[in-house]
Design a protein around this ligand. Structure first.
Ligand code: PGA
Length: 245
């Protein structure tokens, strides 16, 4: 199983940001690690062209469930693939919160991703209130059951555990807390998908930086990271990639 360092640029990046790809490609010294950048869809096609011939893959941040049609402002998985993507993030907590996406929506989006030949990165994670109420494993378990479609395999699906309260806040769970959730996710996925789940990559996301990447990647069942803020600068993201490689 190759580890995965996935960068989510969110709603950041203009044409001038494409130069970060050159710097990242030049710095990327980690053959044991796959590197992915998910830019805003306005940059996807240009970034995919710029990254071709490098070890960097590109992905979308969301997709519609339909392949095409009257859905103003939306982008389909087929369009992402056409623009060079090989992955798409589905069910990020910002999509769940800002656009009311339910587990059923996220599952349908993951299926749309597969239909277009993309690997789906399915995001799950508890809020601070849920963690403080001792509900973390129950919430994450329910999201996994509801958001990951039947037929998930190590090659068509990646799971990202992102505690909502750790995203963009500089707060990170303890290593024991990360390990507890990742071990539980592996157990659940193995119970449901059997051997296919053993190679499924489980990413941690939420305030990952070069300074904490090493210790987080040492936690059992952490197979990479989904990185927001620290993916915007090649120098920072390169440090995270090196920690994985
Ligand atoms: P962050 O975001 O690294 O800026 O905390 C992570 C994410 O939302 O994927």
């Amino acid at each position: 199983m190759k580890k995965l360092a996935a960068g989510n640029w969110k709603m950041n990046g203009l044409a001038e940001s494409l130069a970060e790809i050159d710097a990242l490609a030049a710095a990327h010294p980690a053959p044991g690690c796959e590197v992915l950048i998910c830019p805003p869809s306005t940059l996807l096609s240009k970034l995919s062209e710029r990254a071709s011939g490098t070890a960097i893959d590109t992905g979308g941040q969301d997709c519609h469930v339909a392949a095409s049609g009257a859905h103003t402002g939306d982008v389909s998985a087929e369009m992402l693939s056409d623009a060079g993507a090989t992955y798409v993030i589905v069910g990020h907590s910002e999509r769940r919160a800002d656009h009311g996406e339910t587990d059923a929506t996220v599952r349908a989006k993951a299926e749309a991703a597969w239909r277009a030949g993309l690997t789906a990165i399915v995001c799950v994670g508890e809020t601070l209130e849920q963690r403080e109420a001792g509900q973390t494993l129950a919430i994450v378990g329910a999201q996994l059951r509801g958001s990951v479609p039947d037929g998930a395999t190590a090659s068509n699906t990646v799971i990202a555990y992102e505690p909502v309260w750790a995203i963009g806040t500089g707060k990170v769970p303890t290593l024991d807390e990360i390990g507890e959730v990742h071990d539980d996710m592996r157990t659940q996925l193995t119970a449901r998908f059997g051997d296919d789940a053993s190679g499924m990559r489980l990413l941690y996301g939420g305030s990952v930086k070069p300074s904490n990447a090493n210790e987080i990647f040492g936690v059992s069942n952490v197979d990479g990271a989904l990185v927001g803020g620290a993916s915007l600068k090649a120098a920072d993201f390169g440090g995270i990639v090196s920690a994985l490689g």
